[in-house]
Structures are given as structure tokens and as C-alpha cells.
Ligand binder design. Structure first.
Ligand code: SF4
Length: 200
């Protein structure tokens, strides 16, 4: 059970409903939604070139050495569902881990995941086909001038997040997102707090 990973790090979640939660971020390398993002003009700040092979025991060893006591994993990317399998999710579940995922919506989710965040980067009809469940949260990135999202699936939490400039929160995008939320109160504002807090 191998995965190619860009990084593993222990930090607190900076966005969405789990903000502030200590979690082990496991960032997979690569993303098959890359072309869709380019087509939509989304700037991806994920680095795709490097990456190292890990098997699940390597990951567990890393966790025991660096995040002992934390029983929460956040699978992120890249696109974690390009690589993650039912067997890997089951393995970490058997070790007592709660598992959250951040996905673009490109693939169907896996059974056994405890918290699903879809941050849509592919066409709505693809997301609708893949997610016939109510996901935990939908997080749309918006920049100045973009309309309020019109999602094709249901979520427990609906977030709008301002497109940032690298590690800087873009003030115009932030103000635009605040206005979108005020005009459409089903939506809540999610800021990438980890960038403000200057942590990973
Ligand atoms: S889905 Fe996310 S990781 Fe993949 S290319 Fe788009 S922004 Fe980058």
C-alpha cells in the first residue's frame, strides 16, 4: 500500500468547519484535475515535481515520531483521491485514526472517510455524478467579480473562500467574498487562516 507524497506535516486546520483542529496533513503528489484548473484560470500553488514514495508503515512511523497522540489525519493534495484506496483508509481506521479529506470533486469518495470537504475544481456535472451524498463541507474559492456558487450537491456547511495571492490574503477578493456571504446568507466566509498565522 504505497503513496507518492509531497509532504507530511502536523499542524492545525486553518479553514472551514474544522478550523483550529490539530491534524496530520498528508499531501499526495500530483493532481489529475490540473488541466481543468488551468482551463478555469485557477492558479495552483501546489508543487507537483518532487514527491517521495511512502508505504503505510512509513507514514505510521512518521506519525509516531512527530505527532504522537494525534489521531486525526487530513488527506490533501494535489488530489488525494488520485491515489488513496479503500485499503489505505481501512488501514488507518484500524489504527484508530479519524480521516478527513480535501478533494477537488474529480473522483468518487471512498467509504470509511469521516469528513469530506469538496473544494470544487472540476465541472459541476462531474461533482454531481461522483457525490450522491451530503458532504460535510463545500468550499468554493472566489475572486472579485465572480458570482455566488451554484452547487450541484448538498453539504452541511457552505463556504466561500477568497482567492489569495500566494501566502497573502487578497483584500479585494476578501471584501468581495464578505459581500457574497452577506447577500447570500446560506454561505459562510472561510479564510485561509494558516496563511495569517504563518504556519503550514
Ligand atoms: S485541484 Fe487543487 S491541486 Fe489540483 S491543480 Fe487544481 S488547485 Fe491544484
Amino acid at each position: 500500500m504505497n503513496l507518492k507524497l509531497s509532504e507530511i506535516f502536523y499542524s492545525v486546520q486553518g479553514e472551514g468547519a474544522r478550523v483550529g483542529t490539530p491534524t496530520i496533513f498528508i499531501r499526495t503528489t500530483g493532481c489529475k484535475a490540473k488541466m481543468a484548473c488551468f482551463a478555469m484560470g485557477i492558479k495552483c500553488d501546489t508543487e507537483f515535481e518532487s514527491g517521495k514514495d511512502y508505504n503505510v508503515e512509513d507514514i505510521l512511523k512518521w506519525i509516531n515520531a512527530n505527532a504522537k497522540g494525534c489521531k486525526e489525519i487530513t488527506w490533501t493534495g494535489g488530489e488525494p483521491l488520485d491515489q488513496l484506496t479503500d485499503e489505505i483508509v481501512t488501514y488507518f481506521k484500524s489504527k484508530g485514526f479519524y480521516q478527513a479529506i480535501e478533494t477537488s470533486g474529480l473522483h468518487k469518495p471512498l467509504h470509511g472517510l469521516d469528513f469530506i470537504c469538496v473544494s470544487p475544481k472540476v465541472a459541476e456535472h462531474v461533482i454531481e455524478k461522483n457525490f450522491n451524498i451530503t458532504v460535510d463541507e463545500l468550499r468554493y474559492v472566489r475572486h472579485e467579480g465572480q458570482d455566488v456558487p451554484n452547487p450541484s450537491i448538498k453539504a452541511k456547511h457552505y463556504w466561500i473562500s477568497p482567492h489569495s495571492d500566494g501566502f497573502t490574503i487578497n483584500d479585494k477578493n476578501l471584501k468581495h467574498c464578505i459581500k457574497l456571504c452577506l447577500d447570500n446568507p446560506k454561505w459562510k466566509l472561510s479564510v485561509q487562516n494558516h496563511k495569517l498565522w504563518n504556519i503550514l
